[in-house]
Design a protein around this ligand. Structure first.
Ligand code: 6GU
Length: 231
């Protein structure tokens, strides 16, 4: 998978992809991430990328030209499967969206700032509009990093058997069960006996029950979906 990120604060991406699982995925060549500085595509002397909002009101709007220049430049060498705009008014990211987007070969992720992009950018170029939740961030960069993380970990070969995405919360519409490690007794708090029993079938059964119970209590919305799908 190749991800091209368009941002006016590219430095925000230095760290998220420089550690742990994502770093290794890049080193193994399973994903390529290219971050583009929107200002490099501005034709202005001052490299400006925003302008006043027509009709007035507080807040600047990201102009069409630098974004169009950047996207068209990228499209000269690559065919993109999706051009995603990170915006709080987009569809809220969930596991099933991450699953489908992870199948794409080449994607562009455009990070919004200020009051957002000129509406015509959305109409002309954008195929998906994504938010990461009902709260406002200062820009789309952190949201884009979240999106990329959720996609990259699904690429075959990125996770080992031990970290397999198949046992993640949400992957089967259930939250993950509680987990424990040594010591088996800590300040009189004991690990559930079944986990120490070595009885694989019972352990699997216990984990499923815990998952179901957790989901029912914490996320009744997801629980109802799971119940429908398991009937
Ligand atoms: Cl994608 N952008 C911004 N600025 N805020 C957000 C968001 C995106 N998703 C949730 N809040």
């Amino acid at each position: 998978m190749r991800i091209d990120i368009i941002s006016c604060v590219p430095a925000l991406f230095d760290s998220p992809f420089g550690h742990s699982i994502l770093k290794r995925a890049i080193q193994k060549g399973l994903v390529e991430i290219h971050v583009h500085d929107l200002r490099d595509f501005s034709n202005h002397k001052q490299k400006s990328i925003d302008d006043y909002s027509f009709g007035g009101g507080a807040g600047m709007v990201m102009a069409i030209e630098p974004i169009a220049n950047c996207i068209r430049h990228l499209q000269t060498s690559i065919n993109y499967d999706a051009i995603i705009y990170m915006t709080p008014d987009g569809a809220t990211l969930n596991q099933s969206m991450a699953n489908s987007l992870s199948l794409f070969q080449n994607i562009i992720v455009l990070c919004g700032h200020y009051k957002g992009v000129d509406e015509r950018v959305r109409q002309k170029f954008i195929t998906h509009e994504i938010s990461i939740g009902d709260y406002v961030l200062s820009g789309g960069e952190l949201a884009a990093a979240v999106l990329c993380d959720s996609l990259i970990r699904l690429i075959p070969g990125v996770l080992s058997d031990e970290t397999s995405a198949l046992t993640d919360s949400f992957q089967d519409n259930l939250l993950a069960p509680p987990v424990y490690t040594r010591p088996s007794i800590w300040e009189e708090m004991e690990v559930p006996a079944v986990l120490l029993s070595g009885h694989e079938l019972n352990i699997e059964q216990w984990r499923l029950e815990q998952s179901i119970e957790r989901t029912k209590v914490r996320r009744p919305d997801i629980y109802n979906k799971w119940k429908e799908s398991s009937e």
